[in-house]
Design a protein around this ligand. Structure first.
Ligand SMILES: [Zn+2]
Length: 171
């Protein structure tokens, strides 16, 4: 099932998501499957549960972007355990469509998370994957990439979104 993606302005995107405590349930398996389906349909490389209106600490990532073999990653209750170096690259978000801005992030990141069965694992990534880890975990903490921009730039984007909303083009 493909969920509609929640857009900037919905409070769920700025709410800290709750940890998952029950694992390996049919509901959790289905939700993770639906999140991948929703992410692929939107041509994204990552999706966090708050982006479909569910304030739980679940994110899915596939940086293959539909090219080559899938590299599916499910992160439940993820935490960053290591963050090294710096990268500045343009970043966008499925919840803030039509906007892209350079964002400063760590270059090499290791996360610790649980899988759908509740097993703890670590995953390390560089460049795009490191960026996806940080972007998605931000979502679970109620933060958007806009929070990393200068106040000036953020206000500019907010004003443009407010105008789009007023014109009925931000739903
Ligand atoms: Zn996002």
């Amino acid at each position: 099932m493909i969920y509609p993606i929640v857009k900037y302005g919905d409070p769920v995107l700025e709410t800290k998501a709750q940890p998952v405590t029950e694992f390996d349930t049919p509901d959790l398996h289905k939700l993770v499957e639906d999140m991948f389906e929703t992410m692929y349909a939107a041509k994204g490389v990552g999706l966090a549960a708050p982006q479909i209106g569910i304030a739980r600490r679940i994110a899915v990532i596939d940086i293959s972007g539909g090219e080559g073999p899938p590299q599916k990653l499910v992160l439940i209750n993820p935490e960053i355990v290591r963050n090294e170096g710096k990268q500045v690259t343009e970043e966008g978000c499925l919840s803030v469509p039509g906007f892209r801005e350079p964002v400063r992030r760590g270059a090499r990141v290791t996360v610790q998370a649980q899988n759908v069965k509740g097993e703890v694992f670590q995953a390390a990534g560089e460049e795009l994957l490191a960026r996806a880890f940080q972007h998605e975990i931000d979502h679970l903490n109620g933060r958007l990439y806009l929070n990393h921009l200068s106040a000036l730039k953020r206000d500019l984007i907010r004003r443009r979104i407010r105008k789009l909303a007023k014109d009925g083009e931000w739903t």
